[in-house]
Every structure is written in C-alpha cells, then in structure tokens.
Design a protein around this ligand. Sequence first.
Ligand SMILES: CC(=O)SCCNC(=O)CCNC(=O)[C@H](O)C(C)(C)COP(=O)(O)OP(=O)(O)OC[C@H]1O[C@@H](n2cnc3c(N)ncnc32)[C@H](O)[C@@H]1OP(=O)(O)O
Ligand SMILES: O=C(O)CCC(=O)C(=O)O
Length: 395
Amino acid sequence: MNALSPAMDVFSPSGPAPVLCDTTLRDGEQTAGVVFDLAERCAIASALDAAGVAEIELGVAAMGAAEIGAIRQIARGLVAASPLVWARARAEDIAAAHQTGVRRVHVAVPLSPCHLAGKLRVDADWARTQVRQLVSLATGMGLAVSVGAEDGSRTDPAFVAEIATIAAEAGAIRFRLADTLGVLDPFAAHDLVRRLVATQPLPIEFHAHNDLGLATANTLAAARAGASHLSVTVGGLGERAGNAALEEVAAVLAAQGRPTGVGLDRLVPLAEMVARAAGRPVPAAKPIVGPAVFSHESGIHVDGLLKDRTTYESAGLRPEVFGRAHRLVLGKHSGLAGVVHALREAGLRHDDAFARALLPMVRAEAERLKRALEPADLIRLARGLCPGAQGVAQS
Ligand SMILES: CC(=O)SCCNC(=O)CCNC(=O)[C@H](O)C(C)(C)COP(=O)(O)OP(=O)(O)OC[C@H]1O[C@@H](n2cnc3c(N)ncnc32)[C@H](O)[C@@H]1OP(=O)(O)O
Ligand SMILES: O=C(O)CCC(=O)C(=O)O
C-alpha cells in the first residue's frame, strides 16, 4: 500500500520508474534574474548527485569560455549522476559542448512553425537536415546525443515523430518533447507522448513548463503515457512560471511504487539550498518542501490527527518520509483538542475545563496578532487565566 489516496492506488501505473533529468542548473538558472555563482552550482550539482538524481543538465556551453570551464569543473565533482550539456542546433554549440569534457550533449531543435519561420527564419527541411547532420557530428566526436523538440507541443505531432525518427537513424539516444510554453493539460500531454512513443523508436523525455500550473501533472501524465525520462528542477525553478518540481515528481512516483532513486529526505535541504542561491525563498505552501505544508491548526484536523494520523495524512505523504514532522499550531481555528494538546506539551494545566476557558482567549489572541500563537503566547494566556497554571500538569 503506497498510494497517496485510494484513487491513486487503483490507477497506479506499473513498470520501471522514469529517470529524472534535473535541469535546475540550465533551465532553472534561466529564470529571469537568477544567477548561481560557481560555488553554488558545484554545491547544487553535488547535492543532486548525493540525493540520487540520475542526470543533471549543467548549462549552455555556447555561452563562452568561462561557462565551458565552469561546466567542466562542476562535472568533475559528480560521483554517480550523469552530466549533460545543452546546445542549440548549431555545429559551434556542439563543439563548445565537446570542450567541456562532458560526454553527453542535448541538441534542442525548435520545431513549431512559429519558431522555425519567426525565430530562425528557416523551414521544416532545415530541421530535418540539421538533426541528421548534427547528431552525426556529435556522435563522431564521441558524444552521446539527445535531441529536443523545442515548442514541440505547438508542432504537428507527425512532424515531431518524423524528426525523432531522423534523430534515431542518425544515432541519437533519446528524444525530448518540450512543452516550451506550458500550453498542455495532462490529457493532451498524455496523448502527445503516447503517440510519440508508438510512432518512433527512441526513449522519450518530457520537459514541462508551469505557465498554467500544470507542469507536475503534465509530467506525470507523460510518465504514464510511456515517457521514460522526465525533466525537473528543484522547487520548479525555471523560465517564467518554472518547470516541473523535482520534489513533487519524485514524491508522487515514490508514492505510486515507482521510486526514482531520489532520497526523499534530501528534498528539503535541496530546496533550501537552491532557494538561497536563487534568492527566492521556498514558498510556505510549496508541496513537500514548503515550511508550512505539515502544519495544522484547524480544530477538526488537529482532533482527527491526534486520534488517528491517517485521517489527515495520506500514506505517501507521511512527513517522516521527507525528514519532517507534523507541527500542530494554535490559532483562530483551533478547537478544544488542540488546546488540550498544546497545554500538555507545554507542561501546563490541561484539563478540559481549563482548556475550554482558554479557547476563546486563544482565538481572540490569534485574531489580535493575526498569526498562530507561539508557546510563549500560550503560557502568557494560561497564566493570565490561572496564575498557577504552569507546572500544574494534570492528565
Ligand atoms: C526554451 C529554452 O529554454 S531555449 C534555451 C534558452 N537558453 C539560453 O538562451 C541560454 C543563454 N543564452 C545565451 O547565452 C545566448 O543566447 C547564446 C550564447 C546561446 C547565443 O547568444 P547570441 O549569439 O548573442 O544570440 P542571441 O541570444 O541574441 O540570439 C539567439 C540566436 O540563436 C538562434 N537560436 C535560438 N535557438 C536556437 C536553436 N535551438 N538552434 C539553433 N539556433 C537557435 C536564434 O535564431 C539567434 O540566432 P541569430 O542571432 O542568428 O538570429
Ligand atoms: O531542451 C530542450 O529540448 C528544449 C528547451 C527548453 O527548455 C524548452 O523548450 O522549454
């Protein structure tokens, strides 16, 4: 029994877990205004590696000599994870990637009509030719090559499959379908990936964006449709609204019985490390890693949790799994059970009559302070109500 809910239990997919390809250091750092220094990049890569992330996209070698040197240094620090370098569909980008010493390059090829005509000023034949020639060029240099369909979700699926087939014939090892603008919903993502899996020979990676808040859902739908590799970033950092969050994808797959090898207890330190380096604090309610996601205040929830934790905690989301713990707080929505519990924890008088008298004061104080109560607030209120409350612990 490993489902997040009975519904997920019924529909849990089977088969090997997809492989996670983390692109925090490439798409994540492309977030407007985010810059990691070299020490931060090395530390993030090592933390991802230690957490068991299988693949790490390290950056864009075409940015120049300093970036080539940085990628080389970061890659040298990896123990188990496989590094890869991102490249445009240009021979000079592949040459730059080769200079990093990393043995794998990912070549992104814009495929949608608007990217081909509007951005590159080329036609579909250009894409066919570039993929054939560049994959051969890269494999000739001894590089393993994956090919990406940039803006693939706004491209005729038959053309995407054709390019993937050309990539396979030229020697590519994988094909990445990018929902570059985050336009898909999970049903469309599932359909596109299923079609691609069925019509061309390469393993498929899905690369989601979160413009509609669907990156994780789309990534999981892609996995269910047969994507063997999934792009993710720590905290979902990435262009605009970001990418699929590593912690969400890893947690759901583990809960579905398809663990990715990522240590779930490493996710919070990773999120905090990336948040610090990015200058973007982890949002309080960010699933899995947010500081507040295992906190409970509402009377009915706290009462339920105290009687039987499974009332408000699903099997795959036990806080201990992530190295975390429940935090029961007192506030405007507290009930009697929560007050009794908090009093007992604080070593204060905690009989029902006392807690019942204190409850309206707890609510009023939370309203006055516009926040949850700290232990010191509770002690102050309890002493105000009954000066001898402290140390008069009763069962
Ligand atoms: C959806 C994505 O995430 S795509 C990845 C985005 N990542 C980045 O942009 C990484 C950082 N980028 C950079 O440092 C720079 O843009 C560089 C080094 C890649 C290129 O810099 P510049 O040579 O100054 O070009 P600039 O950034 O102004 O324009 C991009 C050029 O790449 C071309 N290009 C864009 N994508 C691709 C592609 N996948 N394949 C081939 N060419 C491409 C554009 O057509 C444009 O070419 P042009 O100058 O001949 O018109
Ligand atoms: O890597 C790719 O293939 C696509 C690039 C990308 O990040 C995107 O399209 O969102």
